[in-house]
Design a protein around this ligand. Sequence first.
Ligand SMILES: Cc1cc2nc3c(=O)[nH]c(=O)nc-3n(C[C@H](O)[C@H](O)[C@H](O)COP(=O)(O)OP(=O)(O)OC[C@H]3O[C@@H](n4cnc5c(N)ncnc54)[C@H](O)[C@@H]3O)c2cc1C
Length: 333
Amino acid sequence: MDKAGRDVWVFGDYRNYFQNRVTLQLLARGRELAAALGGELCVLVLGHELGQWVEEYVAHGADRVLALDHPCLRAYQSETYTRLLVDLALARQPRVILVGATSFGRELAARAAKRLHTGLTADCVELAVNDQGLLVQTAPGFGGNLLAEIVIPRHFPQMATVRPGTFQELPHDYERQAPVEWLPLPAGLKPERVRLLKSERLPPREQALENAPVVVCGGRGMASKKKFRNLQELARLLGGQVAATRPAVYARWSEEGTLVGQAGRQIKPQVLFSFGVSGAIQHTAGISGAPFIVAVNKNPGAVMMQMADVGLVADANQTCLALIRELKKRLRS
Ligand SMILES: Cc1cc2nc3c(=O)[nH]c(=O)nc-3n(C[C@H](O)[C@H](O)[C@H](O)COP(=O)(O)OP(=O)(O)OC[C@H]3O[C@@H](n4cnc5c(N)ncnc54)[C@H](O)[C@@H]3O)c2cc1C
């Protein structure tokens, strides 16, 4: 334990629902790691108008918040953010740095790890501390067929990225208090080589999905992005919205905002079509408000088939295509 400090840092990514939740989820696991290391759990948050986020992080378990609040940090910029993260890490020597595996987090963590001359494990599904006080980073390899336990024995800080939804956030505790250090912007920051000209929020899907009368949900059984697109066509014909399970979101067949379940949205459509979904508890936690479920699965024993009001033992994509054909025929006549 003598080569580095004992603190665990979480990078505070507060941009929208998913980034915001992944930070809270990392705080939950970070608390356990910090306790095992005998250190503090700190959040480093860079940006502008950070007050509410600082409070949120304290309420979710941070022992200390390091906040750098400046108008020039309003938009995420990878060069500036990397430099600030690296300089602070060199000055304060955290033992562990955890970053959410969002598009931005992946870029930031990789750049920072390179400059800090340390290792980085991407997309960890489990994190623990071993007897030597080293971070044991469990990550899937070979297409998810193997889980590797990765330990970086000599380099600090030990860095990992974790996807949204991997850990369970702690309940809010607004009574919690923790010190907040408001850091000054260092002098001599170089201008970014990439200039942000415009940014636009995508129209929020959550309302649409949460209030949709019909939802067509696809899981791993859809097998490919191309086939998953057929669900979008079916949803459009039914006047509904598309939803997805976690594997479908992770495979980028569907946007993050369509995830249904414990780590995603809670939906309550009048009719839910579920294609190639096994019915894991983390998923079904998000569909308990659906009064009528039609499930298509090649395995009649799947939990989703047991839950369904109508269960079709069939190929998910073939059934989806047949429904599209039938609906189009009816719409024409
Ligand atoms: C902390 C935590 C949070 C989580 N949060 C969520 C969450 O919010 N939402 C979520 O969805 N998951 C979540 N998960 C993941 C969850 O545990 C399951 O792994 C996931 O829901 C499984 O997704 P799936 O049903 O698409 O895939 P699988 O479990 O792999 O099931 C695929 C199904 O497709 C069927 N199938 C295969 N091929 C075909 C075919 N050709 N035609 C028809 N059927 C076919 C199979 O029989 C199977 O039943 C979470 C996990 C953890 C640990």
